[in-house]
Design a protein around this ligand. Structure first.
Ligand SMILES: [Zn+2]
Length: 415
């Protein structure tokens, strides 16, 4: 793709053109595009952020695809910095290692391997590992940990080269990456050719059921092209001869799902009932029609009004408010709600490389957490609401001194 973005005209899974638009968050810069001070005056490229619902297969997807080179060549999200993520990876590696009886000759390939965080756990079990990731900066980090990494996007052609070089994979993992990928058919073609006959394909992604139920609109942004429920997912995997043999719901990223697949076989399948149950949950929630999605968009609109009333009221009372967590989701919320330095003096974040930079769009400065003790704000708006408990626990002193927390999602709560 040479252009900065393309419009989505056909469904990513079933190619239908019956796409219904909902939840238009307007235009905003890519939410991981933090800026240095001297770049603040140059104009940032903005992209539409809106969702489409496929009226044929029910896939929810973004209305445009931003050129992946703009987003992933120098990727900044590194999971090894988050303890919850690392625990989840450890648990995934252990589960797969045990359940599928891996050994020294097994090969595990991770698509979107980032800095090798997940594969490090497999490596500790002494299985062979290979990472695939387009970000050079991350591949370098992975190599330093002893994780061999191919710097490329995963597709059918690259999969064939990998088979030639390393042999077939007993396990292919893809955690929090499938939603980033435009051409899902290429991926499944690749997985189908790279996977050994009895191999398993394991993936994790945020689950649409949680996203809608818990009003997690700020997890919708340009990097995440698709928002899956099981119905369209099953349609996709069936095209490539796969079936689900394991399902687990996870708490990470506001509610995710872990799926284990194998090529369809006559062997018994313990996951059938769980899959059937989740399909009924999705249907009851209204995810197979536009109504639940229109309701969702309306709830987000109300949330915006409510939060902005609260914040402007506090500002009138001359309260000092700061934000906590300069993550992509916080940047979506502040940009969509129009929260700038008129409301938040700054945002604190523990990630060192973000400190000293400014958030995209609304240009709020980012500092380290130590600033809170010096500065004594009255309120902290927790933008990283998925870590709210940990943040409140960490900032006990602030609370003891009379400070209050505002948690915006799933609904506004003052602690
Ligand atoms: Zn579709």
């Amino acid at each position: 793709m040479k252009k900065a973005y393309r419009d989505v005209e056909k469904c990513r899974i079933c190619h239908s053109r019956r796409l219904f638009k909902f939840l238009d968050l307007g235009s905003m810069p890519i939410p991981n595009g933090f800026l240095e001070r001297d770049k603040l005056k140059t104009s940032e490229q903005k992209f539409e952020l809106a969702c489409l619902f496929c009226e044929d297969c029910c896939l929810v997807q973004l209305s445009i695809v931003v050129n992946p080179a703009l987003m992933f060549k120098n990727y900044v999200y590194i999971p090894s910095m988050a303890k919850v993520m690392m625990n989840n990876f450890g648990n995934l590696a252990f589960q797969i290692y045990k359940e599928f009886k891996l050994n020294k000759s097994s090969l595990v390939v991770d698509i979107g391997s980032n800095d090798g965080s997940l594969l490090t756990f497999f490596k500790n079990f002494e299985v062979k590992v290979l990472g695939i990731d387009p970000a050079k900066n991350l591949a370098k980090l992975a190599e330093m940990k002893g994780i061999p990494t191919e710097v490329k996007f995963f597709n059918a052609r690259n999969a064939k080269q990998i088979v030639k070089k390393y042999g077939k994979a007993d396990v292919i993992t893809a955690t929090n990456v499938i939603a980033h990928i435009d051409n899902l058919h290429q991926v499944f073609e690749g997985v189908a050719s790279l996977l050994a006959k009895d191999g398993v394909f394991v993936t994790e992604f945020p689950y649409l059921v949680d996203l809608i139920k818990k009003n997690e609109f700020d997890t919708i942004y340009h990097e995440h092209l698709s928002y899956f429920s099981l119905k369209p997912w099953i349609k996709l995997i069936s095209l490539y001869g796969f079936e689900i043999i394991g399902v687990q719901r996870l708490l990470i990223h506001g509610g995710s799902i872990r799926l284990i697949h194998r090529k369809k076989s006559r062997k018994s399948n313990k996951a059938l009932n769980t899959v059937k149950y989740l399909l009924s949950v999705e249907e009851n929630q209204g995810l197979y029609s536009t109504k639940a999605l229109i309701d969702f968009a309306r709830r987000i609109e109300n949330l915006k009004v409510e939060l902005m009333e609260l914040l402007t009221d506090l500002k009138k009372k001359r309260k000092k408010i700061i934000g906590y967590g300069a993550a992509a989701k916080g940047n979506v919320l502040t940009n969509y709600f129009g929260i700038g330095t008129n409301i938040l003096d700054y945002i604190v974040d523990s990630t060192p490389y973000k400190q000293g930079l400014f958030t995209p769009g609304v240009h709020i400065p980012v500092y380290g957490e130590s600033r809170i003790a010096k500065d004594r704000p009255d309120y902290i708006l927790i933008l990283a609401w998925n870590f709210a408990d940990e943040i409140i626990e960490k900032e006990r002193e602030f609370k003891k001194n009379g400070g209050k927390f505002i948690i915006p999602i799933p609904k506004i709560k003052i602690v």
